[in-house]
Design a protein around this ligand. Structure first.
Ligand SMILES: NC(=O)c1ccc[n+]([C@@H]2O[C@H](COP(=O)([O-])OP(=O)(O)OC[C@H]3O[C@@H](n4cnc5c(N)ncnc54)[C@H](OP(=O)(O)O)[C@@H]3O)[C@@H](O)[C@H]2O)c1
Length: 286
């Protein structure tokens, strides 16, 4: 008998691709992806009812309020959805006897490190979003999984890869910050790795990002070059020049995937290899 898996946030960027991936996995018997009205993280009753009806073996908790700048304006909402909502999910998991894989973020770190962050490094979020996602981490049990990832880009939802493909075709010049360093994570790689983790019965904190590191300026240059567009249309700017971003971004948020490596699991490909494939799909290639 295969596993029954419930995905929260199944309409989101990661959730959409995860659901498709799991539906094609021979080890999974059933995939449930309740909408945010059927499983509303604001409501304890809604979360408990929905999960106890479906009786999953695993919950992949990808549902969250991810609008980083909007979170600064409404911390209450951020903590209710990302923190308390996760408490409800874990309570439901306890009721039905299943485990939780909670998706978290590089924003739990303060961004001042000079080397990639290990799973065991001290956290220190600088934004409301990061603090609210950390509040969710605190709710999960030691038998559960926490997957921190960064700079996520896939075929669904809004993301920087889609923006860059659009800008590349537009013909104008653009500035991108060269003083924020992180690692793009391509959703197709992420969902495969998350699935390896929970099917393998792992628990604890794992960092999962593609390999390597870059600034947004370098990512933008790479996308333009991949599309055969003039990367000279991209210029480096500093974060200080950016207006309209309320939430501070970590200056350095490269995640060392040490737990993945140490557990004998495959690390993700170099970000350039996977981003080239995504850009090709997004621009109408194979
Ligand atoms: N995107 C990134 O760069 C990034 C980086 C690191 C970590 N993460 C984490 O990865 C996870 C997935 O991110 P994503 O990019 O897929 O996010 P996303 O595209 O914004 O999707 C968020 C999902 O959460 C659902 N949701 C929002 N409010 C809800 C509520 N009150 N009740 C139930 N569901 C609710 C949304 O449903 P509706 O569409 O119906 O509102 C949507 O399906 C999140 O936990 C995020 O914190 C993301």
């Amino acid at each position: 008998m295969g596993l029954k898996v419930l995905v929260t946030g199944g309409s989101g960027q990661v959730g959409s691709e995860l659901v498709r991936f799991l539906l094609n996995s021979s080890s999974i018997e059933d995939v449930f992806a309740p909408s945010s009205s059927d499983l509303d993280l604001f409501s304890r009753d809604s979360v408990l009812d929905s999960i106890s009806q479906m009786q999953p073996d695993w919950i992949i908790h990808a549902g969250a309020w991810t609008q980083v700048d909007a979170c600064e304006d409404d911390p209450r909402r951020a903590f209710l959805i990302n923190g308390l909502g996760t408490r409800f999910v874990v309570q439901a998991a306890e009721m039905v006897g299943c485990k939780v894989c909670y998706l978290s973020t590089d924003y739990v770190f303060d961004g001042r490190s000079t080397r990639p962050y290990l799973e065991w490094d001290p956290v220190g979020p600088k934004s409301v979003y990061g603090a609210s996602k950390l509040a969710g981490e605190v709710e999960v049990r030691s038998c559960d999984l926490i997957v921190r990832t960064s700079w996520v880009m896939g075929e669904f939802g809004h993301n920087m890869a889609k923006t860059l493909v659009r800008l590349a075709k537009g013909g104008n010049n653009h500035g991108f910050v060269n003083d924020q360093i992180g690692t793009p994570t391509i959703v197709s790689d992420l969902v495969r790795s998350v699935t390896d983790l929970f099917l393998g019965g792992h628990s604890g904190i794992f960092h999962i990002s593609n390999s390597g590191e870059a600034s947004w300026y370098q990512v933008a240059q790479f996308v333009f070059e991949t599309l055969g567009e003039d990367a000279g249309r991209i210029s480096p700017i500093s974060s200080e020049a950016l207006k309209g971003y309320k939430a501070p971004r970590p200056q350095y948020s490269v995640l060392d995937n040490a737990a993945l490596r140490g557990s004998g699991l495959s690390e993700l490909p170099e970000w350039q290899d996977s981003l080239a494939g995504l850009v090709s799909k997004l621009s109408g290639g194979s």
